[in-house]
Design a protein around this ligand. Structure first.
Ligand SMILES: [Fe+2]
Length: 311
């Protein structure tokens, strides 16, 4: 059974790549390549590309996951809706991919064999002096109001027509594990499942994908991890100073626990900085969260999501 081990990239289409590039660089991603037709952004980690934008009408095209082996790609290629195993010649890092048509028309790629890039040098995460434990002695903190560096693509949220169908579709292709679920109490039905990679006893993010049943198909948001709270807040102030549109933030989510800060790019696509999310092993048993007034629609602290956030 094919198994995914990490996220690779997300793919969008917007009419103005100059505008997108300016925003993305202000957001803390780095231009890996730019042509008249495509904008490729990398983060601070080893991934050669994490966010791709083509020139065209505004649209979310899909996302990509890294598979555990090349044999996985061959297995993926045999499944309904899959293209062939093809060499990646249009992105830095090379490798191979299989492009799969999701039942709602999204394109989900399985990739393998990308050449990693050198990580970008950045300040290490701060040592904090907690109420009950001091980590920083005879040293001061000097965080900056700056874009900072988005280290990696941490998760993306797919809006799909049929939650159960997509969950089964993803399981068959990626062997990911369920973390927590969001349930509509009146019908006792799951409409959202947070899924994570199965790396056994190795720590993975609580969720790398959220599958969300919605009236509109697309991507609710993509999210990039920053090294600490100061980086998120410094980037927050910087984006405010540039006049960008704050969606919700800063706050701490209930499910996954991360400190979030959501923005919209100039074309209305939601994009998140986060830090301090839950880390899990394969042993973690997910919980059910009921979508009532006290449930996951509220933040634990900070700004609560608006009704618009759930559309
Ligand atoms: Fe998120």
């Amino acid at each position: 059974m094919p198994r995914a081990v990490d996220l690779a990239y997300v793919r969008y289409q917007v009419p103005d790549l100059d505008k997108m590039q300016t925003f993305m660089e202000d957001f803390g991603l780095i231009t890996a390549k730019r042509t008249d037709d495509v904008l490729l952004m990398r983060g601070g980690g080893v991934a050669p590309v994490v966010h791709i934008t083509y020139k065209g009408d505004k649209k979310f095209l899909g996302g990509a996951l890294i598979m555990s082996s090349k044999e996985d790609l061959e297995e993926l290629a045999k499944l309904e809706g899959s293209g062939p195993v093809e060499e990646i010649t249009d992105l830095p890092g090379g490798g191979w991919r299989v492009r799969m048509q999701h039942p709602d028309g999204l394109e989900i790629d399985g990739v393998w064999g990308q050449e990693p890039v050198e990580p970008i040098e950045h300040r290490s995460s701060h040592h904090f002096n907690w109420g009950d434990r001091k980590e920083r002695v005879n040293q001061s903190l000097r965080p900056q109001r700056e874009p900072g560096l988005a280290l990696k693509l941490g998760h993306f949220v797919l809006k799909v027509r049929d939650h159960d169908q997509t969950l089964a579709w993803m399981r068959e292709r990626f062997a990911m594990l369920d973390s927590d679920k969001m349930i509509v109490p009146s019908v006792n039905k799951a409409v959202g499942t947070f899924i994570r990679f199965d790396l056994g006893s190795e720590l993975v993010d609580h969720h790398s994908i959220l599958i969300n049943e919605a009236s509109e198909v697309g991507c609710h948001h993509c999210a990039f991890e920053m090294q600490d709270f100061d980086a998120v807040m410094g980037a927050h102030d910087y984006l405010v100073s540039k006049g960008y549109h704050l969606d919700i933030g800063v706050g701490r989510h209930l499910i996954g626990s991360q400190i979030f800060d959501y923005w919209t790019d100039p074309f209305g696509n939601r994009i998140e900085h986060y830090t301090d999310g839950d880390a899990n092993t394969a042993e973690y048993k997910g919980k059910d969260y009921y979508l009532d007034d006290e449930g996951p629609t509220k933040s634990q602290w900070g700004m609560d999501p608006t009704p618009e956030f759930f559309r």
